[in-house]
Design a protein around this ligand. Structure first.
Ligand code: AMP
Ligand code: GLY
Length: 424
């Protein structure tokens, strides 16, 4: 099989490694890929992942038998629909289904209509009305207020505000100040969900679904869950707090119910559904849906997978998930993100990275933001590498992951020292 992976982060590097192990694979391409993906794939660097017509033409030209889409943006722009129109199987959902991530309003209205547990919310287009509501809610509840842009905002569209004045400012910045452009023309003001967050990823083929092991991301930049929100600084799996009882509830009343709701709306969902949950005192509630694998969650989930990832992607894409053999090791995994100094704010690029080969003797090193320049691996993004260790205990994984991290060096590197603190 000829396979094309869209994307070039740590998530796609993990996918590429898994595909490379499959006996089904004949040729692997990545668009754009990264330095670490070069050992598994031929990179296509002259086309942007969001350029739907060009990506589709390229997939056709290389004779791709399957396209696996990593990030959400190409899906939101209709890449899966365009590929399907050319009869190219695609692991990723349609534009219509991608509204689950591309429009928070769409996801919230669906959950409300079908009784899927989530934070209560109101939608606003007028900043004065939003301010009034913020004041009322702050007085009534006393807990933080969550303000979100409706559309895509590169992971920056959520404000969790303890001071109502900050919430009002966020609302004004989006509605009147044009922050996030059209994505912020509508905002959602949401109840604050208190409790640990868990990510649950499911393969979905339009009819059936398979729920993968749970994981927990660390979104804040610094130790002790302090500092600004990031794309994720580290992750572990499974999550002991996610009990069988919670898991059964989520599979039936949240994931199953959501897929039924989509079907009832005439929307077929295919690919992976990311369910971000808060385990509140009133039970699990949905924080967000995404229409893709999580990053860095994938970097702990795929190393635990003991079946053929490529086969599962193909069967998911062709509506045959029932026939797939899917299994995960009964083990633990911990992944530490090594980032560029300054991330999630501005940072420098182009610093040489050393020690990867040494680190790879005891851990997986997934490249996230790297490039090859004159045969040398250099930094090219905020999140540079993801170092994952698997083992029988969390303590063992933590030790092995951090030992491997210690062997890698680049200028101004930074990483959290407390990944998986909840299970130490
Ligand atoms: P989202 O982009 O919707 O995932 O939000 C990013 C992060 O903001 C989440 O991972 C949570 O940590 C936080 N967040 C979003 N919505 C809420 C909420 N209703 N209550 C508490 N925290 C939230
Ligand atoms: N790690 C969070 C996400 O992928 O959205």
């Amino acid at each position: 099989m000829k396979v094309l992976i869209i994307g070039g982060g740590g998530r796609e590097c993990a996918m590429a490694e898994m595909c490379s192990r499959s006996p089904l694979l004949s040729e692997l391409y990545s668009l754009p890929g990264n330095a670490g993906m070069e050992k598994y794939s031929t990179r296509i660097k002259d086309i942007k992942a969001v350029d739907v017509p060009q990506v589709t033409a390229k997939a056709k030209a290389i004779g791709a038998d399957l396209v696996i889409v990593g990030p959400e943006s190409p899906l939101i722009r209709g890449l899966a629909d365009a590929l399907e129109a050319e009869n190219i199987p695609v692991f990723g959902c349609s534009k219509s289904a991608a509204r689950m991530e591309g429009s928070k309003r769409f996801a919230k209205e669906l959950m409300e209509k079908y009784g899927i547990p989530t934070a209560s919310c109101r939608i606003f287009t007028d900043s004065a009305k939003a301010a009034e509501y913020i004041d009322e809610t702050a007085k009534a509840s006393g807990s933080p207020i969550v303000v979100k842009a409706d559309g895509e905002a590169a992971g920056k569209g959520v404000f969790v505000c303890t001071d109502p004045e900050d919430a009002k400012k966020a609302a004004r910045d989006m509605l009147d100040g044009g922050l996030f452009g059209d994505s912020g023309r509508e905002i959602i003001i949401e109840e604050y969900l208190d409790g640990p967050e868990v990510t649950v990823l499911s393969f979905v083929d339009g009819t059936d679904f398979y729920v993968m092991p749970p994981s927990q991301d660390h979104k804040r930049a610094f130790d002790g869950d302090k500092g600004p929100n990031t794309g994720g600084m580290g992750v572990y799996s499974p999550v002991p707090a996610y009990t069988k009882e919670i898991s059964d509830f989520v599979s039936e009343r949240i994931i199953g119910a959501t897929l039924k709701a989509l079907a009832a709306e005439g929307i077929k969902y295919r690919g992976v559904l990311y369910t971000g949950l808060a385990l509140t005192s009133k039970g699990p509630k949905v924080v967000e849906f995404n229409v893709r694998f999580g990053d860095p969650e994938t970097q702990v989930i795929l190393p635990l997978m003991t079946s053929d990832f490529l086969d599962v992607c193909l069967k998911t894409a062709t509506g045959k998930l029932k026939e797939a053999r899917i299994s995960f090791a009964d083990k633990k995994a911990v992944s530490v993100v090594m980032a560029s100094g300054g991330y999630p704010g501005s940072y420098a690029k182009g610093y040489p990275v050393t020690g990867i080969e040494e680190a790879e003797k005891t851990a997986h090193v997934f490249h996230a933001g790297t490039e090859t320049v004159n045969g040398e691996t250099v930094t090219s993004g905020g999140r540079v590498l993801n170092v994952t260790a698997t083992g029988d205990t969390f303590d063992e994984c933590i030790k092995r992951a951090y030992d491997a991290v210690g062997k890698i060096d680049f200028k101004d590197k930074f990483y959290r020292k407390d990944i998986a603190w909840r299970v130490r």
